[in-house]
Design a protein around this ligand. Structure first.
Ligand code: MLT
Length: 258
């Protein structure tokens, strides 16, 4: 049993819709979902270990994060739940599904992948760990930022870029280091896709420079009955870049299951 519970922010009532953030963000990346989906769901935005109020920094794995989220949801009476995650949050969803599928009603995977890091990606994680240690969170934000948003987002929605910077720079270098190790060492969920027995929606930003569309299509084929939705005008961060389109897509999918 984890010694301390993760922190979270929530809004609304009804079926729990649990959202797990990507790297290196925190629950604030889901502000538009906390505001926009709370009429239909109890929206719960998780803070992974070291992030937001879940400080101080401590090591974790993608699998231990899934277990901690389950413990939190149990303690706040939020099971069974709909589980959603973006990128790293999606990796956590796969580990949660592998352990607690009976506590899930549906899954929403945004801009994520099911495979593990290959040797080159692992090397890159180690280089990023060095950058975090030597030059801190701002240097990490400088490396991440150009890959995160669709080309037009900074022009059309400058506040999204500002907010992303603010979030990334607020994450401590130790938490970045712990997370990079967790991402580097995560397991491959490809072989488990067929065991995902809950309705699943895969969402992808049309201009995501981090997650190839082919990966999303392979996940759709692997997860029985999964649907794939493409969000126009978004890169790797559809919930922030196109919140109305993202919320409508998720709401329509989930309400169609009722
Ligand atoms: C994320 O957005 O969570 C990251 O791109 C995940 C990763 O680096 O694998």
């Amino acid at each position: 049993m984890p010694q301390q519970l993760l922190q979270h922010r929530e809004a609304g009532k009804g079926t729990p819709l649990v959202l797990v953030h990507g790297f290196p963000f925190d629950s604030r990346m889901w502000d538009d979902q906390l505001a926009g989906l709370a009429d239909d769901f109890r929206v719960i935005a998780i803070e992974l270990p070291g992030y937001g109020q879940s400080a101080p920094p401590r090591p974790f794995t993608v699998a231990s994060a899934a277990e901690e989220i389950h413990a939190l949801l149990k303690s706040i009476g939020a099971l069974p739940c709909i589980l959603g995650g973006l990128s790293m949050g999606g990796y956590v969803c796969f580990e949660f599904a592998a352990r607690f599928i009976a506590d899930m009603r549906a899954m929403v995977l945004s801009d994520t992948r099911c495979d593990a890091d290959g040797p080159e990606a692992k090397e890159n994680r180690n280089r990023m760990i060095q950058v975090a240690r030597e030059r801190g969170s701002t240097a990490i934000a400088d490396i991440m930022e150009p890959k995160l948003l669709a080309p037009d987002t900074p022009k059309n929605r400058p506040s999204v870029r500002q907010k992303l910077r603010q979030i990334m720079e607020s994450v401590s270098p130790q938490t970045i280091e712990h997370t990079l190790a967790a991402l580097r060492d995560r397991s491959d969920s490809t072989g488990r896709l067929k065991t995902i027995s809950v309705p699943t929606l895969i969402v992808m930003g049309q201009q995501d420079a981090i997650t190839p569309l082919a990966v999303a299509q392979a996940m759709q084929q692997g997860i029985p009955g999964a649907r794939l939705a493409i969000i126009a005008g978004a890169g790797h961060m559809p919930p922030m870049e196109q919140p109305d389109q993202f919320n409508r897509t998720v709401r329509d999918f989930l309400l169609s299951l009722r």
